[in-house]
Design a protein around this ligand. Structure first.
Ligand code: E4P
Length: 224
């Protein structure tokens, strides 16, 4: 499983980059707009925090293939390292993906809601396809079932493309995706924390501390 952070909040990125086995950061125009700041400064700050080796996925704002390619080249030049341009699925997006694949620029085809969209994106040369789990669940579309079908079809056809499941609202959705062999997920920092939280864990740790301190007080192993 590859864990990616779905935010442009620099404090959250710094925190998760330090404490979690983070593979990178994804953004989209809504996430960037929420920051209400200079675009280039924001994405370059994200790159500076995560470094060149981790993935940075930034979505194009263009709708025509030629312009998408132009924007992708500029983003790659400015942001360097492990970079993927996010392109919403559609005819223009597919055309751009085929061109970018030839140029060796990574593509994450986004706004995926069906296995047929995902398979076409993979065939065009997308490195990742991003199905929106919670948005499907919201319309009783069973997001994790769609993820499972995509994972299965990519395997059947031996496609060199990974599923980057997105749009999560709870840990159970992430767990279900992991159970069906989803390759990667992008989640908010809140969900990242939920993935390792459990009240029984807190109770267990409190018990260890209480028992130890009852005999040794504030002394730790390092003090013996
Ligand atoms: C990530 O690639 C998607 O853009 C994002 O996860 C969508 O999430 P939302 O449905 O919470 O907006």
């Amino acid at each position: 499983m590859i864990y990616i952070l779905d935010t442009a909040d620099l404090a959250a990125i710094k925190h998760c980059n330090e404490f979690y086995p983070l593979a990178g950061v994804t953004t989209n125009p809504s996430i960037i707009a929420k920051a209400k700041t200079d675009f280039w400064k924001l994405v370059k700050d994200i790159r500076a925090i995560i470094g060149e080796d981790k993935m940075l996925h930034v979505q194009t704002t263009q709708t025509k293939a030629e312009k998408i390619v132009e924007e992708a080249k500029l983003l790659k030049k400015e942001l360097g390292g492990e970079f993927y341009v996010k392109i919403p699925i559609g005819e223009e997006g597919l055309k751009a993906t085929m061109e970018l694949h030839k140029l060796g620029i990574g593509v994450t085809m986004t706004a995926i809601f069906t296995p047929t969209q995902a398979l076409m994106a993979a065939k065009a040369g997308a490195d990742f396809v991003a199905p929106y789990v919670n948005r499907l669940d919201n319309i009783i579309g069973d997001g994790t079932e769609v993820v499972a079908e995509i994972v299965n079809q990519l395997e059947i056809y031996g496609m060199d493309c990974k599923v980057l499941a997105a749009s999560f609202k709870n840990a159970e959705q992430v767990h279900k995706c992991a159970s069906v062999g989803c390759h990667s997920v992008t989640v908010t920092d809140d969900i990242m924390k939920l993935l390792i939280s459990h009240p029984m864990t807190d109770a267990a740790i409190q018990g260890f501390d209480k028992d130890w301190q009852g005999v040794y007080g504030e002394k730790t192993i390092l003090d013996f």
